[in-house]
Structure formats: C-alpha cells, structure tokens
Design a protein around this ligand. Structure first.
Ligand code: CDP
Length: 209
C-alpha cells in the first residue's frame, strides 16, 4: 500500500506520516529531506540555490550530504530547499528514487508537496494535511526553540508564508490538493487526534478497495 501525505510548511506531515508508517508496517520517506539536502549542499558550497546549473549539479552530488546533519532542519535550509524545488531538472533527478521507495514491498508512506499529484498519482490513500499559518508557525517556532535556535515567532511566520507562496505558485509540481485527496485540517487537533482522524480515513479507503 502507498499512502501519500502532502501539505504546506510545518503542517505536521512528518510526525503524522512516520506514525502512520509504524502503525501499518510501511516504510517512511521524508521527500522534503531530499530537497533540503540539495539546498544544504548549495549553501555549503556558497552557491545561490536558485542557480539552475549549480542546483542540478548539487542534485547529482546529493549523496555527499549526511542525512542526519542537524543543519538540514534549519529555516535557512528549508528556504534553500524551496528554491531548488522550483527547478524542474532537480525534481526529475529526485523522482526515480522516490518512486522506487514507493513501489518496494511492503509499501510506503511518503510525505511532501507533490506525492499525490506527481510522484504517486495512483496512491490508494492520499491525505492533504494543513492548518492555519499562525498555528503552523507556532509549532515550527517551538520545534526550533527546543533545538536551541535563536529565532522569533514573527520571523518563522514570515518565512513560512514566503515558502508556502513559492511552493504553491511555482509552475513545476506546485503544492496543491489532489482531487482525490482527503483534507485533514489539524488547526484544532493535537498529534494524537490528527493520527486518529488519519487512521479512520486510511481504514475506510482500505475497506472500499
Ligand atoms: O518540513 P517542512 O514542511 O518545513 O518542509 P519539507 O517537507 O522539509 O520540504 C522542504 C521544501 O522542499 C518545501 O518547501 C518544498 O519546496 C520542497 N519539497 C517539494 O517541492 N516537493 C516535495 N515532495 C517535498 C518537499
């Protein structure tokens, strides 16, 4: 089974997708980490993440980044990721890897921006996870603060809005809810309540198939 989980910045996709994978015995792939790795490599190289030629080179060299590097989770890296993600040849370079993870047994939960629309358009279960910008910014702010990062709520909110606009407005695989995706608004839900709602959707889709 393949479960596609898409949504905007800090909607809680990662935590939710990881827990769903555990419950249903599936693999988990954080596709944002791939774009973050390309963005981080460009930052380390002192290059502009919007430079197409340099970004394509970095996508080819992405194995150089240690996927446990804490710098992957920085806001600066998230912003660089969203710039490289607008470049179609970068997306093409990362597509096959994502599809291979999805189709390997026993199946996988993938989270990102274009899983239900581009990477796995035939996924039997698609979730579009969202929440208000203010609630998402508060959650991301607390996450970064807990990691000891020196950042304000206002800066997180403004970064988040900028990144959402870029992700939704780009012409290549923009963030959008697939026609057959279930909307899960977590503005008023904590992680346990969101997980329960997600499992109900998944179980109902399994029963119907
Ligand atoms: O965790 P957060 O919501 O901050 O972002 P992420 O999932 O780590 O993704 C970082 C950036 O990668 C996003 O802002 C997107 O621009 C890009 N991305 C994408 O274009 N397609 C995906 N499937 C996953 C991420």
């Amino acid at each position: 089974m393949i479960i596609a989980v898409d949504g905007p910045v800090a909607a809680g996709k990662g935590t939710l997708a990881r827990r769903i994978a555990d419950i249903y015995g599936l693999k988990y792939l954080d596709t944002g980490a791939l774009y973050r790795a390309v963005g981080l490599l460009l930052l380390k190289r002192g290059e502009d993440p919007a430079n197409e030629q340099k970004a394509v080179q970095a996508a080819a060299d992405v194995g150089e980044i240690d996927l446990t590097d804490p710098a992957l989770r920085n806001e600066e890296t998230g912003n660089a990721a969203s710039k490289v993600a607008a470049i179609q040849p970068v997306r093409d370079a990362l597509l096959e890897y994502q599809r291979n993870v999805a189709k390997a047994k026993p199946g996988a939960v993938l989270d990102g921006r274009d899983i239900g629309t581009v990477v796995c358009p035939d996924a039997p279960v698609k979730l579009f996870v969202t929440a208000s910008a203010e609630v998402r910014a508060q959650r991301r702010f607390e996450e970064l603060k807990a990691k000891g990062q020196n950042i304000t709520y206002e800066a997180v909110l403004s970064d988040l809005k900028e990144r959402d606009e870029r992700d939704m407005g780009r012409k290549n695989a923009p963030l959008t809810q697939a026609a057959d995706a279930h909307l899960l608004d977590t503005t008023k839900l904590d992680i346990e309540a969101a997980l329960k709602a997600a499992c109900q959707i998944i179980d109902a889709s399994k029963d119907a198939s």
